[in-house]
Design a binder for this molecule. Sequence first.
Ligand code: XIL
Length: 352
Amino acid sequence: MVMSTSISHAPAPRHRRSRARSALVLGMAGLLAAAGVTALSGTAEAASTLGAAAAEKGRYFGAAVAAQHLGESGYAATLNTEFNSSTPENEMKWDAVERTRNSFTFGAADQIVNHAQSRGMKVRGHTLVWHSQLPGWVGGLGAADLRSAMNNHINKVMQHYKGKIHSWDVVNEAFQDGNSGARRSSPFQDKLGDGFIEEAFRTARAADPAAKLCYNDYNTDGINAKSNAVYNLVRDFKARGVPIDCVGFQSHFNSASPVPGDYQANLKRFADLGVDVQITELDIEGSGTAQANNYSNVVKACLAVSRCTGITVWGVTDKYSWRASGTPLLFDGNYTKKPAYHAVLSALGGSG
Ligand code: XIL
């Protein structure tokens, strides 16, 4: 009696259970097929990282990376798990790679590029021609020398990374803030005139024809005098066949410079000129739900513009942010996911 009870409660033999399950699976597959439901694999489970969720939307999701933190396990683990694109935060800037004229040092930038490539991440190149983080010798050159130094810099840096960079910020921050729509004073602008941007892009195209060439700036995120000036530049380049493939919107936001209501419309008008748009240095000061909602709105704006090809946040963790006191990123100092992280993942269609 004891025997028979135990047998009646025993699970069915393994082969019977698996046959029953196979029949159930086949039956369900048949029903789903009959209902026209296909392609379950890949979309059945929501992606659980920023990079994977963005990839399902045909975008990349990147972070600015600092070589000196790659040896910290929490930093590297967060970068490797969550992101599928890297931008060197400072390591490719002129003062980092060509501190002395025509003597190039790529060690720190190479470290980031190798780290990214060995893990299948894309790399954004940042940046070739910029007035800031520019060694003093450049500003001391006369016009003819400056032109050849600019072109040499673009050629040497792009050739070193040829085939490894998906998009280059060829020129960064060439316009003034405010209502003038004018160019910003810089050695390049002051000595070479308006044509320096065109020359930089033409040189860049020849140096690595496969890289997308971007113009990148801040306070151009909404429709305003500064973004109008960039818009006119891009429209002119497209009309005259000057090579340009993308516009980067830095998207550094805080309470004085909030996410503009016309952010999406601005991305769209640039995309309609026939260039890709990328969110290149996103960080939003704040905390909690307010910060999370702002991040969510930025992601949704990118997803709503088909030529918005990717988003980069300007750092991995609040503690190493260039604006650390504003806690503007997705992970706190302990690499814990913030509400902003969850909002971004969910806006990308993923789920933790
Ligand atoms: C910042 C870096 O994050 C800092 O570490 C550095 O001290 C200064 O530059 N616009 C840009 C970025 O294009 O290169 C800047 O990065 C932030 C503003």
